[in-house]
Design a protein around this ligand. Structure first.
Ligand SMILES: [Zn+2]
Length: 289
C-alpha cells in the first residue's frame, strides 16, 4: 500500500530548493577538488598533471602580485639590508661597506625605475621557483625519514636572518621560505653539509644561482652563491668547498629578491622540505626576531 504523505506547499518548496542547493554545492565541490582519491596513494600521472597545472596558476598569480607590490617588497629589502649592515658592522672594512652601499643604491634605483624593477623581480622569482622545483625533483626518490648528520655550510656567526617557513618572508614574497637564511659576508666559503654527489649547478649570472647535492636519502640546496666551484656529478666529502656566498643585491648569484648577503640553505627529503635547524649542530644560534 503506497504511503501517502501530504506536504504543505511552502515545505515542499523548501525541500526542492534545499535539494537543488545541495546538488549545486556538491557539483561545485567536485569541480574545486577534481583530484579524487584513486586508492593507490601518491601521485598518479593525471593527478600530477593537475598539481603541475595548479602550480602554474599559483606561479602566475605570484608573478602578478610581485609586479603589483614590488615597491613594498623593495622597501622591505632595503630595511633588511640596513639591518644586516648594522649587524655586521664591526666586521665591515671599507671595501665591504662600499658593497653594502652599492646594494642599497641598486634597490633605490629599482624603486625609482618602476617598469625595469617589475621585469627584474619577476625574472628572479621565476629562477627561485625553478630552483625550488629542482630541489624537489632531486629529492623525489629520497627517503621519508633518512638519517641526517649535517654540518653548517657556513658558520652562523650572525645568527639566522630568516627561519624555515618565515611568515614575514612569505608575506612579502608570496613564496614559502623552505629554507633557513644564514647571514654571511659576501664571498664567504661555503662547504658541503655531508658526503654527497653534486646534482645540479645553476649559474644564472646576476640572477639567482644555486647548487643541489644528493646525499644518502636526501638533498641539500645552497642558494644565492656568487661563485660556483664544483661540477655536476662531482663526489664530495663533508666539509669540501662548494663555492662562495652571495646575496648582496646587484652581485653575481643574488637575483633581485635577495635581502642581503647570506646563504639560503634547504634540506629536502622524500616528504619535501624540512627544517635544517632541527638537524644542524647546536651553535648557540640566536634567532633574529
Ligand atoms: Zn632564503
Amino acid at each position: 500500500m503506497p504511503l501517502h504523505v501530504e506536504i504543505s506547499r511552502p515545505f515542499s518548496l523548501l525541500i526542492i530548493v534545499g535539494a537543488a542547493f545541495f546538488g549545486i554545492s556538491y557539483f561545485m565541490n567536485m569541480s574545486q577538488n577534481p583530484s579524487l582519491p584513486n586508492g593507490q596513494g601518491g601521485d598518479s600521472p593525471p593527478q600530477l598533471a593537475i598539481h603541475n597545472a595548479e602550480d602554474e596558476v599559483r606561479r602566475a598569480r605570484i608573478e602578478r602580485e610581485i609586479a603589483e607590490r614590488h615597491i613594498e617588497i623593495l622597501k622591505f629589502q632595503l630595511k633588511r639590508l640596513e639591518e644586516e649592515r648594522k649587524q655586521m658592522g664591526p666586521d665591515l672594512d671599507q671595501e665591504l661597506n662600499e658593497e653594502f652601499r652599492a646594494g642599497l643604491r641598486l634597490i633605490v634605483d629599482l624603486i625609482e625605475g618602476k617598469r625595469r624593477a617589475d621585469a627584474k623581480m619577476v625574472e628572479s622569482f621565476k629562477e627561485m621557483w625553478d630552483a625550488n622545483r629542482a630541489g624537489l625533483a632531486a629529492a623525489s626518490l629520497s627517503d621519508d625519514d633518512p638519517i641526517i648528520d649535517i654540518l653548517w655550510p657556513v658558520e652562523p656567526t650572525y645568527g639566522i636572518s630568516a627561519i624555515f617557513k618565515d611568515p614575514e618572508y612569505e608575506r612579502y614574497f608570496g613564496l614559502e621560505h623552505n629554507a633557513i637564511d644564514i647571514p654571511a659576508l659576501q664571498g664567504t666559503p661555503v662547504t658541503v653539509a655531508e658526503d654527497g654527489v653534486v646534482e645540479e649547478v645553476k649559474d644564472n649570472g646576476l640572477g639567482y644561482s644555486f647548487i643541489t647535492v644528493r646525499h644518502a636519502g636526501y638533498v641539500t640546496l645552497y642558494g644565492h652563491l656568487s661563485s660556483l666551484d664544483v661540477k655536476k656529478g662531482q663526489q664530495l666529502l663533508k666539509g669540501d668547498p662548494l663555492g662562495e656566498t652571495g646575496g648582496m643585491p646587484g652581485t653575481n648569484g643574488a637575483g633581485n629578491l635577495s635581502t642581503g648577503p647570506h646563504l639560503h640553505f634547504e634540506l629536502i627529503t622524500g616528504v619535501g622540505h624540512i627544517n635544517p635547524l632541527k638537524h644542524l649542530p647546536a651553535a648557540g644560534v640566536e634567532l633574529r626576531s
